[in-house]
Design a binder for this molecule. Structure first.
Ligand code: PHB
Length: 564
């Protein structure tokens, strides 16, 4: 979100830096994966492409695609299963860096959410991105009968309310770029978040909406996106009048016309826009975490993959993540220090990122641009909790040869939200959506251990456990004590209380605030009574829980993730 009106182009650097080709190629591969729907994947969301598809989409040689993909897989930015290549959750660190540096502050996100609650309609914040509109915050009401856009989604300016506001400030070059796009893609096939038009809209219609937005100081979307969807947007402006972002309320024709929505919400929207501008101008309440220079060590990967590893691609992504370190931007020296890269290397990476439209260089500092979000952010932010957990469950199930599941508490039951079972485990018929009484299961005991004692007692009183096997613990006192032990030791082990021969061990999954939001377990079916487990599943369970928590943190920093 810009804190100042669009700055004039920076002067050309004294000595032109050279671009980093592997970084350019890596970015091209990520864009291709983000833009193409791909073959239907087993778990929705991030669908897969194959190396051949990437060759077609990027024009790169097959050997180059293979090296880029191997490097990005090693860096955890892509996942590869057989021939299928998918975006991986850690890639969200790039978009999170942009949002940390330039996106809405926590106070702004909270204000947006409050407004959505008060109006009981979806509310969003969007910024200009070239001749498009990029969403940077979404507070979604589920009942909105419409496509809900995700943080990172891009719309053409002419298809939504914020676009008319942004275009009111366009220069000739921006109009020219929109015209060029309209000539090559009149129906908006290049915008994966939208259903394409059936016929092109005449330019005059858009020009009239822009003139209206300029005159009224707000803009309407009367079913530009799809039948039924209406929206009204107002600009959020800096003290000097510069456009920072657009604040929008979205509704449905079953509740409002575009005009009746505007009449109802405009006064409130204008007040909120002023508060948002003030919040953006005020120093952020919490200082950002500092540059994110995490990620696998490029040096270790280099020695592992040898010449197949593109170190300069790894370094370029490290620089892009580091740009999230400060809202006021970072100078070359600070970026070189933060990343541990030589100045000349950092400078070449930055030059490439500026050339590719992912960063800007104003005054002495570099800052990320909204286009960073095109690198898979919207796709990954659409993943559900189950889709985030599943790759980790598959890994765990494969390592332990046991089934791996994630559940949440639902009333007095646990509800399975994700499960992966090795093929040989056939005896227990558990799928997503299965329920069991919480007190009889390892995951349930972990979830109960995460609650205050009073709440645990209430659940136990509401549904006293019934014996399911001769091992089932049904005594209230013993169950209370067992859950206390689970809380103290951080895991639960349940032996044949649910089904004879079934043993399970569970650990909690916590959110960034440390609250237990779900439980993860590994379950094993024994054929011989008393058969010992071949290995203690706890270390692998804990490592998997940490990996899921890390991905959840990435996915929820600037988004809601749907559970289940
Ligand atoms: C949205 O927030 O989803 C949104 C905003 C403005 C529009 C359409 C949709 O015109």
């Amino acid at each position: 979100m810009p804190e100042e009106p669009p700055a004039p182009q920076p002067p050309a650097p004294a000595q032109p830096a050279e671009s980093v080709r592997p970084l350019e190629r890596g970015l091209a591969v990520l864009r291709a994966l983000a833009a193409h729907p791909g073959h239907a994947g087993e778990a929705g969301g991030a669908s897969a492409l194959r190396a051949g598809d990437l060759v077609k989409a990027t024009g790169l040689a097959r050997s180059t695609v293979d090296r880029v993909v191997a490097t990005l897989v090693r860096l955890g930015q892509l996942r590869q299963q057989g021939q299928d290549i998918r975006l991986a959750l850690p890639l969200m660190d790039l978009g999170n860096a942009y949002l940390a540096a330039r996106g809405p502050t926590r106070a702004m996100t909270a204000r947006t959410a409050r407004l959505a609650d008060d109006l009981d309609e979806s509310v969003s914040l969007a910024v200009p991105d070239g001749d498009g509109v990029r969403f940077v915050a979404q507070a979604t009401r589920r009942r909105t009968m419409s496509a809900a856009f995700r943080v990172g989604d891009l719309l053409p300016a002419e298809r939504c309310a914020p676009g008319a506001l942004f275009a009111a400030a366009w220069d000739d070059a921006q109009w020219e770029s929109r015209r060029a796009r309209a000539a090559t893609d009149p129906l908006h096939h290049g915008f994966p978040a939208l259903a394409p038009l059936t016929e092109p809209e005449p330019e005059a219609a858009f020009a009239a909406r822009v003139a209206g937005a300029r005159a009224d100081g707000h803009a309407l979307d009367d079913q530009l996106i799809e039948p039924g969807l209406v929206a009204v947007s107002v600009p959020v402006r800096a003290a000097d009048g510069g456009l920072l972002c657009a604040l929008s309320v979205v509704s449905h024709t079953s509740r409002h016309t575009a005009d009746s929505l505007a009449e109802l919400v405009l006064p409130r929207l204008r007040t909120e826009a002023e508060h948002l501008a003030a919040e953006l101008a005020a120093p952020p309440p919490q200082s950002p975490a500092g540059p994110d220079t995490s990620g696998p060590s490029a040096d270790a990967a280099k020695s592992e993959l040898g010449p197949g590893f593109l170190q300069s691609l790894a370094r370029g992504l490290t620089v892009l993540r580091a740009l999230g370190g400060a809202r006021e931007g970072l100078a070359l020296t600070a970026l070189a220090d933060a990343t541990g890269l030589p100045r000349a290397t950092a400078r070449r990476c930055l030059h490439t990122l500026v050339q590719e439209g992912y960063a800007e260089h104003t005054g002495r500092v570099y800052r990320p641009l909204p286009r960073v979000l095109e690198l898979g952010y919207a796709r990954l932010s659409a993943l559900t909790f189950a889709e985030i957990a599943e790759p980790h469950l598959a890994q765990l199930a494969g390592d332990l040869h046991e089934s791996a599941s994630v559940s949440v508490l639902d009333g007095t039951d646990i509800l399975y939200v994700a499960r992966v079972a090795p093929a040989r485990i056939m005896t227990v018929h558990i799928t997503r959506g299965t329920r069991f009484p919480a007190y009889t299961t390892s995951m349930g005991r972990v979830l109960l251990a995460g609650l205050p004692a009073q709440e645990r007692a209430r659940i136990l009183a509401a549904a006293p456990p019934q014996a399911r096997t001769r091992h089932t613990v049904t005594s209230v006192d013993r169950l209370t004590a067992l859950v206390e032990t689970v809380a103290a030791q951080g895991y639960a082990e349940v032996d044949q209380e649910l089904e004879v021969g079934l043993r399970a061990v569970a650990v909690p999954l916590r959110d960034a605030q440390g609250r237990v939001v779900a439980a993860l377990n590994a379950a094993r079916h024994f054929t011989t009574p008393g058969e010992p487990a071949p290995q203690d599943p706890l270390p692998a369970l804990r490592a998997t829980a940490a990996a899921i928590e890390e991905d959840l943190y990435r996915a929820t920093r600037f988004n809601d993730v749907r559970v289940p």
